[in-house]
Design a binder for this molecule. Sequence first.
Ligand SMILES: [Zn+2]
Length: 262
Amino acid sequence: MLIFFILGLIFGSFLNVVVYRLNLSQSILGRSHCPNCKKKIRWHDNIPVLSFIILSAKCRDCGEKISYKYPLLEVLTGLVFALAGNYFFVFSSPNSWIETAFYLGVFFLLLIIFSYDLSHMEIPMIILWIAMGWIAVFYIFMDWISFNPQGGILSVRIYSGALAGVFAFLIFFALSAGSREKWMGMGDAYLALIVGFIVGWPAIFAALLLSFAIGAAAGVLLIIFGKKTMKSRIPFAPFLVTGTIIAVFLYQALPEIKYLLF
Ligand SMILES: [Zn+2]
């Protein structure tokens, strides 16, 4: 788990770079520099979380403050990767290596969307396209190596995912079109499609219920603490991503949950 946690910290650091540069349409390759003084960040000042603490949240060159959200996202990615390692990875099983790689990639892309929507109130379509490609490649491969003719159509992940994806898309499309994009944007509908493919049928119900419950709870708390009003726009993707990740772990930890829903 520690190895997966450290891997997550490194990917979390990369995630921050992707979110920052995607917004400015910069290349994701090349060394990072301070957004204020433009000086290149030294390799030893670019260590996830640790550098933030050692530099006491300031740029070494100009003293510009570094946002808390960077180390927080690194730790969050670390935790999600550690849980993925815990629930999916079995050293002696080659199939579990593939399964784990699939979920690490999916969670990484979901967390980019989480962070991007939180900062910029928008879902980057390019990340959704990459997620769709990632899912298609892995599902075709995993369905092929684990095909079970007795399992029924929903044991084929790509069919189960397509059913759940279209179902979730239609709900969000209706919310978005019905409110003229006030409650939900079309970006949320495309994200819901991807979420359906990730969790499949019937886990999509758990993922959506969790997302709406977390969203409602967070909305109430933000209004109580005066950070938002009833009229504020709150991005929904962070809740959808959180609900999805929790649903994936829940189904992996307690497979019996299926029988509760149906
Ligand atoms: Zn600086």
